[in-house]
Design a binder for this molecule. Sequence first.
Ligand code: SF4
Length: 358
Amino acid sequence: MVRQSGDREKTLYNVSTNTGPKSKTGLLEDLVQSLKTRDITKDPLSKEEAVSLMGARGSDLMDLVAVSGRVRQEMLGNKVRLCGIVNARSGGCSEDCAFCAQARDSEAKIDHYGLLDEETIFAAARSAQDSGAGEFSIVTSGRAVKSKREVSIIVSAVKRIRKETKLETCASLGVLDEETLATLKDAGLQRFHHNLESSPSYYPNVCSTHSFEEKIRTAQRVKAMGLKLCSGGIFGLGESLVQRVEMLMVLAELSPDSVPINFLNPVEGTRLQAQSLLTSQEAVAVVAVARLILPGKHIILCGGREVTLRSLQPLALLAGASGLLVGDYLTTRGRPAGEDLEMIRDLGFEPYYANVEG
Ligand code: SF4
């Protein structure tokens, strides 16, 4: 049974503005109103303002969505990127990420298998394209893909995807060195995914086997190699509102091309199996604040979106998300891609195909 957390962090609401005669709600209202005429690209949110906005609920949240949605429209128009993934190597990871069903200490009941062959990876890519995806990522469990044999399978799969589909190619293969990144780029890889997972101050609660700094270094290496960087994290791991904002601000500094937003969907057998889900309104606030902190970046709704946002999924797109991970996730099921395409069109948005439209 999945539980909702409620607004357990309301004490942090308006942390920097709780003096003076106005009520907290009034102050938040004023802040949201002021954003309507503020150019967020020239006058970015302060940390305190962002934390206040993270606490927006009800009518304040609707007002915030109107503001953040307009920023998305101005910066990115009405296009929505659709990404598909394949879990190309599952389970047996040496790392201990608390949220992950594939972690070394996880007792979750998942499939365990070594790297899929080229044909199977390619078939997954074609199926993603047939479902409407414009991007496709090859994802592997583990600290890194290292062996020459594995790199060569992924290189062949990337070449074939570029040659025989219109998909933009992405990979999430852990901590890679420059040589391997260069090999993948030469094969036609366009984007590399490497999540920060959480804020620097909360990260030690999430993972002890590799550091936050190592993640930043890997992400920077990806950019230095001329690949597009896809980097975001997971919300709802037990972090505070301040830590949510901190992660978004670190991401703004890192400046990835796209920012996946995941919401914890606790899996039985993982360290976080008893963690409560965020409420759907908390999750919409995360998306809206992310849009304001990262105004020109692609914000992609990923794992946990269905169970967390529930009937508010369209609101998250209106709040500023500009992409969806479609189909199944790494170890949990997603809803049929057709339902996402219908939602996008109902909202007046259009799917975006990077390799076709440029
Ligand atoms: S998130 Fe990646 S590195 Fe961490 S445990 Fe899961 S598969 Fe391993």
